[in-house]
Design a binder for this molecule. Sequence first.
Ligand SMILES: Cc1cc2nc3c(=O)[nH]c(=O)nc-3n(C[C@H](O)[C@H](O)[C@H](O)COP(=O)(O)OP(=O)(O)OC[C@H]3O[C@@H](n4cnc5c(N)ncnc54)[C@H](O)[C@@H]3O)c2cc1C
Length: 304
Amino acid sequence: MISGEQKKVLQRSLPGLILEDEPLAPKTAFKTGGRAAVFLQPETLTDLRRAVETLAEMELEFLLLGGGRNLLVGDAGVRDRVVISLTRGFSDYTIVGSDRGTVMVRVEAGVQLAELIRLSAISGYGGLENLAGIPGTLGGALAMNAGAFGSTIFDKIAAVSLIHTGKLEWRSVAELDPGYRDGGLEAQDIVVAAYFMLPRKAPSEVAGKVAEIRQLRRLRLPSGAHAGSVFKNPDGDYAGRLLEEAGCKGLACGGARVAQEHANVIVAGSKATSRDITTLMQEMRERVKSSCNVMLEPEIRIVS
Ligand SMILES: Cc1cc2nc3c(=O)[nH]c(=O)nc-3n(C[C@H](O)[C@H](O)[C@H](O)COP(=O)(O)OP(=O)(O)OC[C@H]3O[C@@H](n4cnc5c(N)ncnc54)[C@H](O)[C@@H]3O)c2cc1C
C-alpha cells in the first residue's frame, strides 16, 4: 500500500506528473476494475527517467499501462505499485534511414499500433499488415509480443530502446528472445521506443491487405467490451477449440459472459466486475482440464 506520506513526497518530487486515485476501468478493454492509488504520466524521457529514479529511491515498484487492451485490473485497483502511462507523450515516429527497398522508422512506445499501421499504409511501408486491428500501444505490443495471422510485432523490429534498472539501454531482438505472447522484457523494464525495418511497397497494396485483415477480424470477434483471447493457445492446438468442446460458449458469471462467436473471448457487460471475469476464467479452465486434461494459461495479464 502506498502511504499518504509517500504520495506527498511523489507530488513534491514529480510535480504535474502525478494523479491520485485515478480510475483505471475506463482505460482498459474490459472497462472493469478499481483505481490507481498513484498514476504517473511522464511526457518526456527526462520526466520518465527522473520518475524511475525517484521510485527506486523510495523503493516503490511500478506497473506499465499501455492501451489496457490486455489487462484485467482487480476490483480493488492497484494500491501498492505506481501505475505509469506513456500515452501523454511518447507518441512520435521518425524516419531515421532509408534505401530503395527499406525504411527504418523509430516509433515511440505510446504510439497506437493502429496509427502506425494507418501511416504505413499511406506511405507504402509493408510488413505490419497482419497486425492490423490489434488494439493497444507499441509498448504493450512489444511486452506481449502481439501477433496475428502468423506474424508478430518482432518480425520487423531491428532494436528496442528501454529503461532497465534506471538506465537507457538497447536490446536486439536476439537479446530479448521473445516467445509466444511474451516480449522477453524483464519485470521492471520500460520500453520507450523501437526501430522498425519496413520494406517499401505500393501504398495500395499495403492498404488492400490491411483492409482484408480488418474484415477477417470483424467476422471473428464479437462486439462489446473484451480483451481478445483470454487464454494462450496450448502447443499444437487452439484454446478456442478446446473451450468450445468443453461447452464454454455462453457460460456466464455475473455481468461477464463467454462470447457465442468465440469461446476464448469473454465479453464484459456494463455491470461486470473483474471478479466476475476471473471467476468465469477459473470455470473455463476447470472445464477444459476435465474434458481434455489441458491446463490453459491466461493470455490476459491480471493486475491488482
Ligand atoms: C478486440 C481485441 C483484439 C485483440 N486481438 C489480439 C490479437 O489478434 N493478437 C494479440 O497478440 N493480441 C490481441 N489483443 C490483445 C492486445 O491488443 C495486445 O496484447 C496489445 O498488444 C496490448 O497492448 P496495450 O498497449 O493495450 O498493452 P496493455 O494491455 O496496457 O499492457 C499489456 C502488457 O504490456 C505491458 N506494457 C505496456 N506498455 C509497456 C511499456 N511501454 N514497457 C513495458 N511494458 C509495457 C503492461 O505492463 C502489460 O504487462 C486483442 C485485444 C482486443 C481488445
